[in-house]
Design a protein around this ligand. Structure first.
Ligand code: ATP
Ligand code: MG
Length: 298
């Protein structure tokens, strides 16, 4: 790969693609996306995207073929365990956990089947795309069951007579339910990670990397934060400050033609609940606004 340009592996098409590109765009990294292209060059920064299947991302980073990757921890951990078994290199640097791609890997059984605990899995065939994660879990629990590897349509395996249970990714549970399965045990919780290859980057790439990482932090922080504005009676200011969430001290501004009411502005990294807004109203506050923040730099 290029010595000068930072290469990032992202999922080509699937659940993580849109959010991955959205994150980079929010960082000001622009691309001319062509659906069919494997490699996309940024028009604004020395950054290239390699668009691949998500399963290939951890390996590309661990082999140092790309500098960075955005991938779900389920795929990352599975590949890492697989490589450990085969005694292949599975080194990488974990940079950030990101706030998307949330899901859980769970064991589910046909709804009509009784389940009283993990011991009930003894001797069962469990269909999964994540045999290493499942094996590790079963071993930790001291249960002997047989993973059956399937790369897709895991949820139909019990009905097709291929397995007695499944170990599959779940976000809402609707797919399981539609296939007559009930989630019984979560074995792994996952979200997206930004990972970097183990070997150090050369200085110019590292510089780009540091900038990108600071922007990613800014984007994440902004996502979690709100800008709160309200009008408050001057004599209730202390009480208002006490109930506003977040550690930051608010800005207090005068209002024109008003001696006893001021404007209060504060950035909060916590949610402002309806209850708090109602309390503020009771204190005599008005025009209470909670606004999303687009970008933030500490
Ligand atoms: P690819 O063709 O890239 O291999 P895929 O079919 O393996 O795609 P997707 O279904 O797009 O993968 O899911 C990608 C990742 O999204 C998963 O590995 C997981 O980290 C995350 N994810 C979040 N919610 C879910 C869910 N409900 N089901 C499956 N994956 C989910
Ligand atoms: Mg995949």
């Amino acid at each position: 790969m290029s010595k000068q340009r930072l290469t990032i592996a992202v999922q080509k098409s699937g659940r993580l693609s849109k959010e991955s590109i959205k994150l980079l765009s929010a960082c000001g990294v622009k691309f001319n996306m062509h659906e069919a292209r494997l490699m996309v060059h940024s028009t604004s920064h020395p950054i290239d995207l390699l668009r691949v299947r998500d399963d290939d991302i951890p390996g590309l980073v661990m082999d140092g073929v790309v500098d960075l990757g955005l991938v779900g921890e389920n795929v990352l951990e599975e590949e890492s365990l697989e490589r450990e078994m085969k005694q292949q290199s599975n080194q990488f640097r974990s940079l950030r956990r990101l706030d998307f791609g949330h899901c859980r890997l769970s064991i589910a059984l046909p709804t009509e089947q009784n389940f009283n605990g993990i011991a009930d899995l003894e001797g069962l065939k469990i269909a999964t795309t994540y045999p290493r994660l499942l094996e590790r879990y079963l071993k930790d629990q001291g249960v002997k069951a047989k993973p059956v590897m399937l790369t897709g349509s895991v949820e139909v395996a019990p009905r097709a007579g291929l397995a007695n249970a499944v170990c599959d990714l779940v976000s809402t549970g609707a797919t399981l339910e539609a296939n007559g399965l009930r989630e019984q045990q979560v074995i792994f919780r996952s979200q997206v990670q930004l990972i970097q290859r183990a070997e150090a980057l050369d200085p110019s790439k590292q510089q780009m990397m540091d900038k990108l990482l600071a922007r990613i932090d800014g984007v994440q922080l902004a996502k979690e934060s709100k800008y709160i504005m309200l009008h408050a009676p001057k004599d209730k200011l202390q009480q208002v400050e006490d109930i506003l969430p977040g550690a930051e001290r608010p800005t207090v501004l005068p209002l024109s033609h008003s001696d006893d009411v001021v404007a209060v502005h504060v950035v909060s990294t916590e949610t402002l609940f309806w209850e708090t807004m109602e309390q503020l109203k009771t204190l005599g506050c008005s025009s209470i606004l909670v606004l999303p923040i687009e970008k933030m730099l500490g």
